[in-house]
Design a protein around this ligand. Structure first.
Ligand code: ADP
Ligand code: MG
Ligand code: ZN
Length: 471
């Protein structure tokens, strides 16, 4: 980076999971047969009139409150531009009076990122370009699906407060977790429920901000980080070879791993914004805002803190596991399991790594009992994982009973000792090297003992027995 720093501000579009669209009664549904969820309003036929969806406003207010925004009197504007995926030739959006403004988002590491605004708008239709690279240039033909046209969006615009691709990624991950937690969206980036535009510029520290480029429509955390890192290096190279950065919109080519120019940047006045004459101003009452505030669920940060209070927070691996548990919404299960006796560290680890958040979860009692059995040495780690996997089919089964059905009778100390003697006898060379100090062979012996006992031996017990015989 040659002493340059990267400056990043993000615009995140989030589809709200309302039953119907923002201004009409058409279903808001991803993946339906194209052009089946359309009506005169959402395809912009003359004479049709928009009616605002109250539920969408409620979701937008939840988002504003969760991001510590001021929620205020606002109105809708027409943003005029011509594109085939927008049949009205204007998008109903918010302009100088957004519903939510001046908020903050705190990253898990404590860094605070400013939120400029979080405003409401309608989504466009979706175009698919056939032939060529999938972009409109060089395509043979284009298909348009208006099912998405008029789907409610909230656009969350950050301040230019981020300084690396990794930090931008952490911001979107945290934002996504917040949006999902408040129930406003399903957060499925791969389905386009969340789409990110990244504004990137570079500067020498202490200098004013440089000219930015905006990378459009990043739809995974990985592409977001890669695109920002590529773009920052591209700008540094350009500046170092004496070029000027021109403000433009760029696209990210995932295969090639590079950004390319799309078009020069529109100015606000290109859009000829004016107040939407078919809608009254949006003036949520204080009582309504307070009612929404008081019904907000716990946010990810608070939920992580609840779990962290139960484990060793000085361990960075544990902090990651806690984040995973909350991300997958397994934290209630873990907290209840701990309350009924499961050791917290183990419950967090097993929940993060073994439970399928989207699938069937074990009952609290069964999950807690499995962790307790493992902690007590009654199940080896491998066996405990197998019991958790089996609980998917019988979430309420007694893990003791499951373990015996799976043949996980723990070996008695005597029979483990005998097996170890046999394995040592059959591998005398390796044993003398192990005794002579070749520690790598521990794994070899554990493997042999596991094979001989069909995985029933407890790994910790095997190590203890090996150590005892080595000295
Ligand atoms: P526009 O409406 O033209 O997209 P905004 O002023 O609303 O422009 O800014 C859009 C985004 O660009 C915001 O997220 C903001 O933080 C970011 N941004 C503004 N200036 C810079 C800059 N010099 N470098 C990087 N990001 C920037
Ligand atoms: Mg923009
Ligand atoms: Zn409609």
């Amino acid at each position: 980076m040659n002493g340059y720093e990267t400056i990043i501000g993000l615009e995140v579009h989030c589809e709200l999971k309302t039953a119907t669209k923002l201004f009409c009664g058409c279903p808001n549904m991803f993946g339906d047969e194209p052009n089946t969820n359309c009506c005169p309003v959402c395809v912009g036929l003359p004479g049709s009139l928009p009616v605002l969806n109250e539920r969408a406003v409620e979701f937008a207010i939840r988002i504003g409150l969760a991001l510590n925004c001021e929620v205020r009197w606002s109105n809708f504007h027409r943003k005029n531009y011509f594109y085939p995926d927008m049949p009205k030739d204007f998008q109903i959006s918010q302009y100088d009076l957004p519903l939510n403004s001046n908020g903050t988002l705190e990253l898990p590491d404590g860094t605070v990122i400013g939120i400029t605004r979080a405003h409401m708008e309608e989504d466009t239709g979706k175009s698919t370009h056939l032939g060529g690279s999938g972009r409109i240039h060089g395509a043979d033909s284009s298909l348009i699906d208006y099912n998405r046209s008029g789907v409610p969006l909230v656009e969350i615009v950050s301040e230019p407060d981020m300084r690396s691709g990794a930090q931008a990624r952490a911001y979107v991950a945290e934002l996504r977790a917040i949006l999902v937690a408040v129930g406003a969206t399903d957060g499925r980036m791969e389905e386009g429920s969340m789409r990110v535009d990244a504004n990137v510029s570079v500067r020498k520290p202490g200098e004013p901000f440089g000219t930015r480029c905006e990378i459009k429509n990043l739809n995974s955390l990985r592409s977001l980080q890669r695109a920002i890192e590529f773009e920052a290096l591209r700008q540094v190279d350009a500046l170092e070879s004496g070029e000027r950065i021109i403000q433009e919109t760029r696209h990210w080519d995932e295969q090639a791993g590079r950004t390319g120019s799309m078009r020069s940047k529109e100015e606000a006045n290109d859009y000829r914004y004016f107040p939407e004459p078919d809608l009254v101003p949006l003036a949520p009452s204080d009582a309504w805002i307070e009612q929404i505030r008081s019904a907000l669920p716990a946010l990810p940060k608070e939920r992580r803190a609840r779990l962290l209070a139960l484990v060793d927070k000085s361990d960075s691996a544990t902090i990651d596991l806690v984040a995973t548990v909350v991300d997958r919404e397994l934290d209630d299960l873990v907290i209840e399991a701990v309350a009924s006796g499961a050791p917290a560290q183990l419950a967090v680890t097993r929940a993060a790594n073994e439970l399928d958040a989207g699938g069937v979860l074990p009952s609290t009692a069964s999950f807690a009992a499995t962790c307790q059995m493992e902690a007590a040495g009654a199940l080896s780690a491998t066996q405990a994982k197998a019991v958790l996997a089996a609980l998917v089919d019988e979430p309420n089964a007694d893990p003791k009973e499951l373990a015996s059905r799976l043949g996980f009778e723990q070996l008695s100390e005597d029979s483990l000792g005998a097996t170890i003697e046999e394995v040592i006898g059959a591998n005398a060379d390796e044993w003398s090297r192990y005794v002579g100090g070749d520690d790598k062979l521990a794994q070899f012996f554990i493997g042999k003992v596991m094979a001989a006992t069909k995985g029933k031996a407890n790994g910790k017990a095997v190590i203890a027995e090996l150590q005892a015989r080595r000295n």
